[in-house]
Write a protein that binds this ligand. Structure first.
Ligand SMILES: [Zn+2]
Ligand SMILES: [Zn+2]
Ligand SMILES: [Zn+2]
Length: 83
């Protein structure tokens, strides 16, 4: 089945993954609705065709030894609220 491969950074401090780019991975099967190789490009009614995409796969292209921007923002806002 086709899936999206998400390139991104993995933040080791907060264990969050921040996506940077999404790449579509074609499974190249003629019975997959999402593939360029799908045998019935218009009006597919075949019950043998796959109508679901696999869950996206995270591809950490870089390890970052600090918290992500979301977490640092939350931390900053949290501090402002509590002070
Ligand atoms: Zn596919
Ligand atoms: Zn089909
Ligand atoms: Zn985070």
């Amino acid at each position: 089945m086709c899936h999206n491969l998400i390139d991104g950074r993995y933040h080791t401090e907060c264990r969050h993954f921040s996506p940077m780019a999404t790449n579509f991975k074609d499974c190249q099967k003629p019975n997959c609705l999402f593939s360029r190789w799908h045998a019935h490009p218009t009006g597919c009614r075949s019950t043998h065709c796959i109508r679901l995409m696999s869950p996206p796969v995270q591809n950490p292209i870089r390890m970052v030894q600090k918290i992500c921007t979301e977490c640092s923002k939350m931390e900053r806002e949290g501090r402002r609220v509590h002070c």
